[in-house]
Design a protein around this ligand. Sequence first.
Ligand SMILES: [Zn+2]
Length: 261
Amino acid sequence: MTSVFIDELDASTYAAYAARPGSTLIIPTGATEQHGPHMPLGVDAMLSKDIAAAVAQKLGALVAPGFSYGYKSQPRSGGGNHRTGTTSLGATALMALTEDVVSSFMTQGFENIVVLNGHFENYQFLYEGIDNATAKMRSAGSRARAVLLSYWDFVDDDTLARVFPEGFLGWDIEHGGVLETSLMLLLRPHLVDMSRVENHPPATLTAYDIFPEDPARTPDSGCLSSATGATADRGQLLLDAITGSIAHALRGELAEPSVLT
Ligand SMILES: [Zn+2]
């Protein structure tokens, strides 16, 4: 196989892979979202694609074209949907997109679909779309299965302690922070400008949401914590932990795809 990316394969090579026992396709999902002054709008889509490719190489899986738009950015996890540069889908569109794409790949013969999420706010709507697609396919006689995951959930405590030596404050405020910036410095360094990182304290967030959003309640930088501690070495620690743990989990889940219902 010349590429793990299906959009770089011819249809007959693709069809032969999809028909294989245990065929596995990873769908990366991201967003078009501002990530502060130091990183581009496509961070979530780029990182989910690159992580999907690394996992696919470990598993012998393929990678589908990713979702470049995600669910609405929220002030308490992504800076807010009001920010210029953030272009989002509503829940109905993301659920329908997920259901249609997942069921289509299952119909074409894939036994395992993995949706690899790279944008915090997407998760529950991906869940709904996958659940509906799987139910529809089961009632049509398909035995295909699916897995949904967000990549940051695979960072173990030891890696967290090494990447955040001054203490880890939570994934929700990592938007544009050390995690994403370190991974980008490793994987897409030409798209990061560390001289533009703003050194500000982590955002102080309420325990609730208000409508309409109040731009004054999140940092002007658009980041919920500062990326000053980001390095490519930390990106490598994160990437190794994430891809190793995801591949390990998927090997366990997908080893015998026909025995689970
Ligand atoms: Zn992001």
